[in-house]
Design a protein. Structure first.
Length: 252
């Protein structure tokens, strides 16, 4: 087991990529604190993994955009498990494909609070617990964090910010044994599209010109396999890097 005796936090863990990361980490021997607002989804996951693995799975309802709830998440994890070895910042939302000309303050602030502030809060609190003990941070961005033609303005800016923050963390703490890397998934079968309620006609029309070149839609468990690699000692020399998991969508 690649993660035996390791303790992990996975945000956005009730569905999609976060759910598959949580499941795989448990299978590889980790104890996992699952953080999400969807309590029902996390309870289903407890049933799905079976009684034995469920012994190592705890759930805490968490809104990552609220600093005090992230503080509680970190505190509860160390209280229950005594340590923190792996942090996966997966929770995120889309932005209705809205271009900047029509972007409201409310949408901008919502996306930034969840996609950027939540990541920063968790990293800031986790790093003192993970330095000098082989800690690993894995931040989930997207190919929208590398290019400008995959989403609306807020989501694109937020995912670029996650990559920049992660690179800085990887550099700043490299000598203390802490590693911070990013996964940038391409088109992946998850429920994140459900967070888009009022899709912007012009914005989605523009992004469709690029979406036609997607080779295939990936499965969440394929991204989870990348997360396991980054969380394990197999990736011991990888730090401050972005691993693109998009089936070759963006190679051109």
């Amino acid at each position: 087991m690649k993660l035996r005796d390791q303790v992990a936090i996975v945000t956005g863990s009730s569905s999609g990529i976060g759910k598959e990361i949580t499941r795989l980490f448990l299978q590889e021997g980790a104890k996992v604190m699952a953080a999400d607002l969807n309590e029902e989804g996390c309870l289903r996951l407890q049933d799905e993994v079976g009684e034995e693995l469920a012994k190592n799975l705890l759930f805490l309802a968490t809104d990552v955009s609220k600093k005090e709830q992230v503080e509680q998440l970190i505190a509860k994890t160390t209280e229950k498990f005594g340590q923190l070895d792996i942090l996966v910042n997966n929770a995120g939302v889309m932005d209705d494909m809205v271009p900047v000309g029509d972007l409201t303050d409310e949408l901008w602030e919502k996306v930034m609070r969840i996609n950027v502030d939540g990541v920063m809060y968790a990293c800031r609190l986790a790093i003192p617990l993970m330095e000098n003990r082989n800690g690993k941070i894995i931040n989930i961005s997207s190919v929208g964090g590398l290019f400008g033609n995959k989403a609306g303005a807020a989501h694109t800016a937020s995912k670029h910010a996650v990559i920049g923050l992660s690179k800085n963390i990887g550099f700043m703490y490299a000598r203390s044994g802490l590693r911070c890397n990013v996964i940038a998934p391409g088109a992946t079968q998850t429920n994140i599209q459900e967070t888009m309620k009022n899709v912007h006609e012009f914005g989605v029309g523009r992004t469709k010109t690029d979406a036609a070149s997607v080779p295939r839609v990936g499965e969440a468990k394929e991204v989870a396999n990348v997360a396991l690699f980054l969380a394990s000692d197999d990736s011991s020399m990888i730090n401050g890097s972005v691993i693109v998991a998009d089936a070759g969508w963006t190679v051109g």
